[in-house]
Design a protein around this ligand. Structure first.
Ligand code: NAD
Length: 489
């Protein structure tokens, strides 16, 4: 850690006090935020609108001119200092994230997310992006380098609110842009807090959070003062943004919804001789699907398993699911939490009911306690389900995994590829080389082998089909928040 960090919040209470707005019973200037696990009041978020957006864009445009002129080494240093600041406040940030989003502190959840924020910031700050020599044949000398775009408008979802914001902020700043960010109304406090910490280190005006609603979101893609939109959210909203951005021909990165398939190959358990060894393998599948209690864009959302090991995979996954404690996020033992909001609870509930009504077999879960506090939906595994069932073809975005039986690999590939989405996917096998070969035929932006959702700040990530376009992470991610600049001659 650098020794130049300013005074930063040292506790959850201090962090919350720094970003929570005064209560306003009339609901004009602020609105209350409740913990999705308990219903407890956490704090208040300011209500900002179009006037604040205009002011933020004006500030961001002025700051960008200065920021873009600073040497790249200075931009890198400042981002590294911001990463240090995030690390220094990691525990209070994780607690706030857990209380507002619902995700547990432990497992691949709140602490993991906050840790990812500093890690991604560091990698974005230091990933080399050299001028490319395109042609140098004695007659033609052409190079391509990357210039700032201007002001990036970032719009984010509520499932990984801090980390997804960092994916938008860190590369944008690194490339000499400034950022105006609109978080989801469901997780505004978390994003305000994270940016508050970064802004203790970053020069003024580089990073502004607008605590606006969808109305503000709708304005951003049309606004001439914003040069690029980075959007992460649903496909439905992504389409609207693409439409409204057309008037100003804004550049877009659209990271949209997914319905990731996982294909298990018949040899999955070839190196496993005990139930324990089988469970060690399926635990990877479990977390691929249930990371963040299933509320993850690139989570495994439909699992294709061959007849020959179908029952063994189902039994193993059921044993693994039974071991995973679900409960209030800030209680250390929990690894699964509530859904973040009522709407998402209703989606999961509707889809599981449709599966059960169709005659599919419940291996575990599917029995929420509707009277209990919090939006808890139990970890649910559904077997012997038809490939056309809504739980298979729609995005559940929650803790319910359909396990679809297949006979031939051709059938599995056809089913995996048939939907109009293509974010992530996975192939699971005892033979990695064979799995990589099959991965060539899976239609998705990323195919993981024996893992799912294993994102890495050095490896580009993005969707195809209705899962969007543009790449994030690595040098490719930096190029997507920059303008190509060719010199020929
Ligand atoms: P959402 O599309 O409802 O909202 C996302 C953001 O867009 C919010 O900040 C919202 O206020 C804003 N918004 C809504 N309407 C808008 C409009 N017309 N113009 C501009 N902004 C608008 O998505 P959500 O419910 O917050 O997130 C869940 C969805 O996001 C899922 O489908 C999930 O798969 C997807 N997601 C994708 C990724 C990815 O990287 N591909 C990551 C996380 C979530």
């Amino acid at each position: 850690m650098t020794s130049t960090l300013p005074a930063l919040p040292t506790s959850y209470a201090e962090l919350l006090a720094a970003v929570s707005a005064p209560a306003d019973d009339s609901g004009t200037t602020s609105r209350p935020v409740h913990d999705p696990a308990t219903g407890t009041l956490i704090g208040h978020v300011p209500i900002q609108g179009v006037d604040e957006l205009e002011a933020d864009i004006t500030t961001a445009r002025a700051a960008q001119k200065v920021w873009a002129r600073r040497p790249e080494s200075e931009r890198t240093e400042l981002l590294l200092a911001a990463a240090d600041a995030l690390e220094a406040v990691a525990e209070p940030l994780a607690e706030l994230l857990s209380r507002e989003q619902g995700k547990p502190l432990n497992g691949p959840n709140a602490r993991f997310e906050v840790g990812g924020c500093s890690a991604w910031t560091r990698v974005s700050a230091t990933t080399p992006l050299e001028t490319e020599e395109l042609v140098n044949d004695g007659q033609v000398y052409a190079t391509m380098s990357w210039k700032p775009i201007g002001v990036v408008g970032a719009i984010g979802p509520w499932n990984w609110p801090m980390l997804i914001s960092i994916w938008q902020i860190a590369p944008s700043l690194r490339m000499g842009n400034t950022v105006v960010l609109k978080p989801s109304a469901n997780t505004t406090l978390s994003v305000l807090a994270m940016c508050h910490v970064m802004n203790q280190v970053l020069p003024e005006g580089l990073l502004t959070v607008i605590a606006g609603d969808r109305q503000v979101g709708r304005l951003m893609p049309t606004h001439p003062g914003i040069d690029k939109i980075m959007f992460t959210g649903s496909t439905e909203t992504g389409k609207k943004i693409a439409e409204s951005a057309s008037g100003t021909l804004k550049r877009l990165t659209l990271e949209l919804g997914g319905n990731d398939a996982g294909i298990v190959l018949p040899d999955l358990f070839d190196n496993a001789s005990t139930e324990g060894e089988e469970d060690a393998i399926t635990e990877g599948i479990f977390w691929g699907a249930f990371i963040n209690t299933g509320q993850t864009c690139a989570a495994l959302k439909r699992l294709y398993v061959p007849d020959v090991i179908y029952d063994r995979v189902c039994a193993s996954l059921t044993r693994v699911a039974a071991k995973m404690p679900m409960g209030v996020g800030v209680e250390e033992q929990n690894l699964l939490g509530p859904l973040q909001n009522q709407n998402q609870f209703d989606i999961v509930d509707r889809l599981v009911k449709a599966a059960v009504d169709s005659g599919a077999r419940v291996l575990c879960g599917a029995d929420p306690d509707y009277d209990a506090p919090g939006y808890f939906y139990p970890a649910t595994l559904i077997a012997d389900i038809d490939g056309d069932n809504p739980l298979v073809v729609e995005e559940q975005f929650g803790p319910a995994l359909p396990i679809i039986r297949y006979s031939t690999l051709e059938e599995a590939l056809r089913e995996a590829n048939r939907l109009d989405v293509g974010l992530g996917s996975s192939v699971w096998s005892a033979d990695k080389a064979k799995a990589r070969e099959i991965a060539q035929r899976v239609e998705a932006g990323t195919v993981w082998i024996n893992a799912h959702g294993a994102i890495d700040p050095r490896v580009p990530f993005g969707g195809i089909k209705s899962s969007g376009y543009g790449l994030e992470f690595g040098a490719e991610g930096l190029k997507h928040v920059a303008l190509p600049h060719v010199i020929n001659g």
